[in-house]
Design a protein around this ligand. Sequence first.
Ligand code: URA
Length: 234
Amino acid sequence: MRLDKYLAEAAQCTRSESREAIRSGRVSVNGAVCKRPEQQVSEMDSIQLDGKSRPRQAFVYIMLNKPAGVVSASSDRRERTVVDLVRGAYPRRELFPAGRLDKTSTGFVLITDDGGFAHDILAPKRHVPKTYRVTLDTPLTDEMAEGFAAGVVLMDKVRLAPAEVTPLSEDKRTVRVVLHQGVYHQIKRMFGVYGAGVDALHREAIGGVALDEALAPGQWRELTAAEVAAIAGE
Ligand code: URA
């Protein structure tokens, strides 16, 4: 790709800022100053801006601990979104959440600009499991657990894939649920079939990757390459 495009992505600046930096001699390719924005470069080349290496990051993958009250969208005219929480660090990237949590739900939301990755991990046939800690307004019953294992039939007659539910507390009001598909308001609707309400819902893990305990609500970090590969099932 062209050097100015590469640099704009690597340095998170605009194309014109990147061209300006190149023309003013601040950029070198494989050790030699290059003043031609149209110079073709690739990932194999060593690109430096002001003497510092600038490897291009093709895509970003972010683990956010979503706080309650924020919507899972890229932008919204009225509400604060999960992307609003990270956008300042990535002004040039077109970020979106790969999968949603309800406004009141908390926990792991994956934000990326990699459409192919998001499509793959959300595809129904991939079944990337998602793990939730759920607080119920009534104790978990055997009927619920058996129904989840068999595949809950929702009020609108849709039969869901089998899901796992295990109690986490003695009063059986805090439970862990593992889903293998993503249907709108799925957990609330599944418990609703049994007349149980959900008081709190927190996503603990996507695939084999747990939400980093060091992240307070609203905090985020980039996923490591190994975590991205684990979620993608590679
Ligand atoms: N199921 C729900 O009902 N809500 C969520 O936010 C996630 C799963």
